[in-house]
Design a protein around this ligand. Sequence first.
Ligand code: NAP
Length: 298
Amino acid sequence: MSSSQGYHLGLTGWPLGHSLSPVLHQAALDALGLAGEYSLYPAPPLPEGRERLVELLDQMRTGRLDGLNVTIPHKQTVVPLLDRLTSVAQTARAVNTIYREDGKLVGDNTDVPGFLADLHSFLSGVRLSNQKALLLGAGGAASAVGVALAQEGWQVTIAARRLEQAEALSLRMALLGIEPPGAILLDGNTLRQHLGVSSNCLIVNATPLGMSPRDSETPWPERLAFPPGAAIYDLVYNPRETRLVRTAHKAGLPARNGLGMLAEQAALAFERWTGRSAPREAMWEALSTNEHGLAGII
Ligand code: NAP
């Protein structure tokens, strides 16, 4: 429900850079003829940023703000400051969207269903003969992706440059009653050994490798062929064609960037806040024509 002067929405995190979220949400408000704005509220990491976070949540409680997105480094740190979590946020142990319900602040996670919606669209044109996934990275986004995949019955292996981080994510998922993923090191030798069991698999990049301005990087070792029949989903969307996506296309494999996930998690957050169906076409159109190019992060 909006306050009298329209919807006051925003994003908190640090740093926020040229976030694409204002572009997406303003396009949605405009397309539906709703008054309001979407602003950036930088809040440094804790402990310095705690006061700012508390103040923003107070604005949510008192109706001066109608909806808040949360990004790095607050997706977990905001949890104890909320009244309740949706089950998906509880499972992912991370919040990217906060809304008000019956005077209470609810933490939700739209990255999980946002990823799944775009993955389904991607895989509708791709034939994978099994449900095996190799997840590169074990940070916040990997956690959302791992939960999403495991809940849909995928057999997941997590590859991280710190084995203990991959093992910790696997353990967390096991504690939630989700099929615990395998955990391996993200390095050339280990991936080579893993190739035998990863043909026809889905590879998801949830590391920032390849993200502008470090476009020349890739999480997949340079001299290692992709598993035969693999499909590649790169959460990175800036640049639009990452080196990983380009190499996969050159190898004749289907590959997609994370722009669709970005748009869908925003659409779902917009729906939580306004109760209206998000104008996805207008949001997508705004993404393709925005003045910042793709220099933003959510
Ligand atoms: P994060 O929590 O910092 O996790 C990043 C992961 O990548 C960690 O496992 C990290 O390992 C690993 N990593 C970082 N640098 C690496 C390197 N040089 N070599 C190997 N592994 C490395 O970040 P995040 O929130 O998960 O975000 C990851 C990426 O996903 C970002 O590019 C972000 O923009 C993108 N993302 C996209 C969407 C979307 O809607 N498309 C949504 C969320 C995130 P260490 O802990 O050892 O550094």
